[in-house]
Design a protein. Structure first.
Length: 193
């Protein structure tokens, strides 16, 4: 099993470290053809507009959409979640449009408004997950096929739709690998494409 991390911009090294701590083969994905060489893909936090432009410029967006349609698991964190959403509140055009979500960019405010919160996530078991939110997007709406896995108050911040996983927070910025382990389990259960 090999999991790729989109390596155009953002928290690439941190995701790679989390995967390697779990003894998972991790590779940096910088070209469209590399999307076809991995069993799962992480879209990291960073700057969603930049990531969206770069994936389009290099044709990586088409490869990601095709692999998602084939059932390849994809996990987007923060900016990665924005890339995956079908709708971005405020009229900005969607990037990949993979998940039936509407999201608001920077919903938690500016960099100085970043925060941490303990999330109850039954799917990962154990103690609450200490989540790091940095200029986090929030989920405004979920479609029928979307399961909300965690909330901050009434606001969804972690969701799953079949082979797709998205979070407003940055699990790669903690030493708690349970979110990455959940994604690895999704990849392991998915038939190879």
């Amino acid at each position: 099993m090999k999991i790729g991390v989109l390596a155009l911009q953002g928290s690439v090294d941190e995701h790679m470290r989390s995967l390697r701590r779990m003894k998972v083969e991790a590779t940096a994905v910088r070209r469209a053809e590399q999307v076809y060489e991995v069993d799962g893909l992480i879209l990291p936090g960073g700057e969603s507009t930049t990531l969206g432009k770069l994936t389009k410029k290099y044709g990586i967006d088409r490869a990601i959409k095709e692999r998602a349609d084939q059932g390849m698991p994809i996990y987007g964190t923060c900016a990665g979640m924005i890339l995956m959403a079908k709708e971005i509140t405020g009229g900005e055009p969607a990037h990949l449009g993979l998940m039936d979500l509407a999201v608001t960019r920077n919903a938690s405010g500016r960099q100085v408004d970043s925060f941490e919160a303990d999330l109850e996530i039954p799917e990962i078991g154990g103690a609450p997950f200490r989540a790091v939110f940095i200029r986090a997007p929030f989920i405004d709406r979920t479609g029928d096929g979307v399961q909300v896995l965690a909330r901050v108050g009434d606001t969804p911040v972690f969701a799953r739709q079949g082979n797709l996983l998205a979070s407003s927070f940055h699990p790669e910025l903690t030493d708690d690998d349970r979110i990455h382990e959940l994604f690895v389990q999704i990849v392991l259960r998915q038939p190879r494409v």
